[in-house]
Design a protein around this ligand. Structure first.
Ligand SMILES: Cc1cc2nc3c(=O)[nH]c(=O)nc-3n(C[C@H](O)[C@H](O)[C@H](O)COP(=O)(O)OP(=O)(O)OC[C@H]3O[C@@H](n4cnc5c(N)ncnc54)[C@H](O)[C@@H]3O)c2cc1C
Length: 396
């Protein structure tokens, strides 16, 4: 357990490690989970501190960087970036291994689960822009590790750090790290979902955060909802208070603003992200349906990545190129002043009122204009405009 409360990433490993079970994970008023110790009963064994990943950060040296696209067109379409995760995961499943990643349980609750069949891969596919509940799968994972089966474990840097610290270095696990600039709380996401259900007067059965149907990768920041009645709806990010405040970094877990895993030295054997701006460096690639930025950081990661390369289009690139537009590869996301008190304000006025305020805000108007320009501009002109804009600002 880390002594600095704000740095805690809420993995729950301290609670799991406590031999007397006197640490419980308690929800904060913002909906993030933190350990609470029953001090009167603590036996002072120190295991919770020893098992905390934040007390022992180990990272690889800067890895090799690639621009990568999956050759599987269907999977590429339903993935957030270049579809690399599905190719890596399928390789492990085909060899009798198991894969751990984030699904939306019942279409709305983000949690890590373990899958054994390629047919279940669709449950993990796609980014869920919310904190995933990691703790429940860890117990199950311990048994699988004992069985010696091959395991692919995917998650954000802090989740990989937590699992590595819990189980120690283990040759049977390949760690696939998902680049991340931060996560909002599950309870805020739940409020968002309840608001959507009320608005559509229907129960949500599935939510996708990145929808490439009738859109290019560049305009894929859109919610795609499926409801119990069978009805579907897509909503661009700029029209949604939750989505846009996530992109802007206004609603992240406090520890995300000081993420211990940001930077060019990574913790996963392989790191996956979006290769924004790829057209500036590799115009030969068809970026329309998504390109992954892949960092291969360890010898084991390199061996495994090579085994999968037949199913991928792989172009060597430079990590500096990716860093131009992916802030997480440089530093933690800066904490904006908008973050202060935002959860308390939403709680006070209610989610619907917050959403209404957003829909009349300058941010909404500005993002709306940007999004329309992106959709209307022909590809070549859009790339040129992006080059000018990002060349000047250097932002993601
Ligand atoms: C919260 C979050 C923030 C991100 N921020 C950035 C960013 O700033 N820059 C950038 O380049 N890329 C970011 N990404 C990564 C990007 O969106 C893609 O997930 C990544 O490129 C993998 O894409 P893919 O096409 O290979 O596979 P996909 O099929 O799209 O990704 C599926 C993988 O993501 C994992 N995953 C999904 N949601 C979560 C979650 N909530 N927590 C942990 N693991 C999850 C699944 O377990 C699976 O391993 C972020 C992802 C998340 C979840």
């Amino acid at each position: 357990m880390v002594s600095d409360h704000e740095a805690c990433t809420g993995c729950g490993v301290c609670a799991l490690s406590c031999p007397v079970g006197f640490i419980t994970m308690k929800e904060s008023s913002e909906g993030f989970f933190y350990p609470e110790v029953d001090k009167g009963k603590c036996v002072g064994c120190g295991l919770c501190e020893e098992k905390c990943h934040l007390n022992h950060k180990v990272r690889f040296e800067e890895g090799k960087a690639y621009a990568v696209i999956s050759r599987n067109k269907d999977e590429l379409r339903s993935s957030s970036s270049g579809g690399v995760f599905s190719v890596l995961a399928r390789k492990i499943l085909d060899s009798g291994g198991i894969v751990v990643g984030c699904e939306l349980q019942n279409g709305t609750y983000p949690r890590h689960v373990l899958i054994r069949e390629a047919a279940d891969l669709c449950r993990l596919r796609g980014s869920k822009y919310v904190e995933s509940d990691l703790l429940p799968v860890l117990q199950e994972l311990a048994e699988e590790i004992r069985s010696g089966r091959k395991i692919l474990l995917s998650g954000t840097g802090c989740q990989i750090g937590a699992v590595k610290k819990l189980f120690g270095e283990n040759d049977s696990i390949t760690y696939v790290e998902i680049l991340c600039h931060g996560v909002p709380s599950r309870s805020l996401f739940q409020s968002h979902n309840e608001f959507i259900e009320q608005k559509y007067d229907d129960k949500l059965t599935d939510i996708r955060f990145r929808c490439k149907e009738n859109a290019s990768w560049n305009t894929s920041y859109r919610f795609a909802y499926t409801f119990q009645s069978g009805r579907t709806a897509t909503v661009p990010a700029y029209k949604d208070a939750y989505y846009m405040n996530f992109i802007k970094g206004n609603i992240m877990r406090p520890s995300c603003y000081r993420c211990a895993y940001a930077g060019n030295r990574r913790i996963g054997d392989i790191t996956l992200g979006d290769y924004w701006g790829v057209e500036n460096h590799h115009p030969e690639l068809d970026a329309n349906k998504g390109v992954s930025a892949v960092m291969v950081n360890s010898p084991a990661g390199e061996r495994f990545f090579n085994e999968c390369s037949e199913e991928l289009t792989v172009i060597p690139t430079k990590i500096q190129y990716i860093q131009e537009r992916v802030h997480a590869l440089k530093a933690p996301i800066p904490r904006p002043s908008e973050r202060d008190g935002i959860y308390a304000r939403i709680e006070k006025i209610g989610y619907a009122a917050w959403n209404r305020q957003y829909s009349h805000s300058r941010l909404r108007r500005a993002e709306g204009v940007k999004a329309v320009m992106k959709t209307l501009l022909p590809d070549k002109l859009r790339v040129k405009a992006a080059r000018v804009y990002h060349g000047k600002s250097g932002r993601d």
